[in-house]
Design a protein around this ligand. Structure first.
Ligand code: NAD
Length: 462
């Protein structure tokens, strides 16, 4: 039958399109429904476009310091249209890649809005206004998330933006106040600040990146502040109002009311799930997210949810992994998701790469732990790159020296953390990392040196 599928995926972001490809590769007849653009938040409004801007910011920072490297450059400037055009070109190229993969795997793409109408049926209101119904053995909900907003007066004022709009500016503002010192807030703070926008961050909790290891968060705070970003912690925003520079942000900091101004206010206080319309079924929710088990299954045995809509860490690479698990289960395997090893990469300057337990978590779970640290200021490659801030920190259990957590602040930390992820996955010990010959001169030597530090015998550190 033409409109009968093994798997119907609702949503074409990282969770959804990977589930569709996996299902098709396993021999399933697969349909995918997307109401906007394939690639979802990550490709169109998240990971990829921000990384293009982060990279341009890095190029600009390096050019501004060119003299240090023995290169003379006169009056470097940011060309905003060219910057945003490059971002669009990269996004469009990757989106074409996803479209090609969908086609090549013979997945039927419906462009329109999907609505679940029963355990085995999904209705699609196509972009051209037609209504179609598909019958399906399994459904995978991969409808993603959208920026959350805070319920404060003034949130609807012109000039208050989310990451979606920040990625599509026509010109750079003179100043920006970012509400939220989490991942999105700090990545944009790094980008804006590099481009010369006067930047402030207002964070409700006592520290920025509250989920990360406290030492990493503290060190990054010092670096960002030194780089002239104003950071206010313990500061809860109460209202946004019109002001001289554009907008005023009023917040309470340790009992006193403060007010700062910016041309734009960027809201980066987390994301909330988007869930498609559902009739004739009663899916259990956990808070606002769809409740799933470790097989990514909802309370219906043939209906799965993956990615941001299903909660868990809101990360594209987690959505990829969940999509694979759900597709495998749809096709008769018995797969489970394992969240033990989920690298966290934050593209600030310097970068943060972390995996496994933070020091605080490890101290709560284990009676004794060992900690190794190695600064990039003692690493030859980092010095050659002129990027010698930050450090590697490894946390191990004290009995076997098994690696429990790896935290890196510094150049290419988001790449380096992959070694930590593999170490934790393989239950490696500090000895095993220390005894692995790491190439010289590389940043990765910092990880090896850090493992030596855990064993009490660092070579290039007193
Ligand atoms: P987040 O949860 O990382 O940070 C939100 C921050 O806002 C928190 O620190 C919170 O304490 C603060 N906050 C909340 N209400 C506030 C208020 N009223 N006043 C001041 N501060 C307030 O959320 P995010 O940065 O918006 O990111 C959303 C999701 O997207 C996260 O799960 C994140 O991991 C993911 N993401 C990941 C990457 C990456 O992996 N590089 C990049 C972007 C986003």
């Amino acid at each position: 039958m033409e409109n009968q599928y093994d798997i119907t995926v609702i949503g074409g972001g990282p969770g959804g399109y990977v589930a569709a490809i996996k299902g098709a590769k396993m021999g399933g007849k697969v349909a995918i429904i997307e109401k906007d653009k394939l690639g979802g938040t990550c490709l169109n409004r998240g990971c990829i476009p921000t990384k293009v801007l982060v990279n341009s910011a890095h190029v600009f920072n390096t050019i501004k310091r060119a003299g240090e490297f023995g290169i003379e450059v006169k009056d470097p400037a940011v060309n905003v249209p060219a910057l945003y055009n490059r971002k669009d070109a990269v996004v469009s190229r990757l989106r074409q890649g996803v479209e090609y993969l969908i086609k090549a795997n013979k997945i039927r793409l419906f462009r329109g809005e999907g609505k679940i109408t029963g355990e085995n049926s999904v209705e699609i209101l196509t972009d051209s206004g037609e209504q179609t119904e598909v019958r399906t053995r399994n459904i995978i909900i991969a409808t993603g998330s959208e920026p959350a907003k805070i319920p404060v007066p003034g949130i609807e004022l012109e000039g208050v933006i989310t990451s979606d709009e920040a990625l599509n500016l026509k010109s750079l503002p003179d100043s920006v106040v970012i509400i939220g010192g989490g991942v999105i807030g700090l990545e944009f703070a790094s980008i804006f600040n590099s481009f010369g926008v006067k930047t402030a961050v207002v964070e409700m909790l006592p520290r920025i990146l509250p989920q990360e290891d406290e030492e990493i968060s503290r060190e990054l705070y010092g670096i960002i502040k030194r780089d002239r970003v104003d950071i206010y912690v313990n500061s809860r925003v109460e209202k946004i109002e019109k002001g001289e520079k554009g907008l005023g942000v009023v917040f309470e900091e340790k009992g006193s009311v403060r007010r700062i101004e910016g041309e734009r206010v960027l809201i980066a206080v987390g994301r909330k799930p988007v869930v498609c319309e559902m009739n004739g079924i009663d899916i259990t929710l956990k808070g606002k997210f769809i409740d799933v088990d470790d097989r990514m299954r909802t309370n219906y045995k043939n209906i799965y949810a993956v990615g941001d809509a299903a909660g868990g860490p809101l990360l594209a690479h987690v959505a990829f992994a969940e999509g694979i698990v759900a597709a495998e289960n749809c096709m008769g395997r018995d797969s489970k998701i394992d969240y033990k090893v989920v690298p966290r990469c934050i593209f600030t300057h310097p970068e943060v790469g972390a995996v496994g337990l933070t020091e605080e978590e490890a101290r709560r779970r284990f009676r004794d732990i060992k900690i190794g640290k190695f600064p990039f200021s003692a690493n030859g490659k980092a010095l050659a790159m002129g990027e010698n801030e930050g450090f590697v920190k490894i946390i191990a259990d004290s009995e076997w020296n098994e690696v429990l957590g790896v935290h890196i602040l510094g150049p290419n930390a988001t790449e380096l953390v992959a070694e930590g992820a593999l170490a934790i996955k393989l239950e490696s010990t500090a000895e095993e990392i220390a005894e692995t010959i790491h190439a010289h001169p590389t940043l990765a030597e910092g990880i090896m040196e850090c493992a030596h530090d855990i064993l009490g015998a660092p070579l290039h550190k007193i």
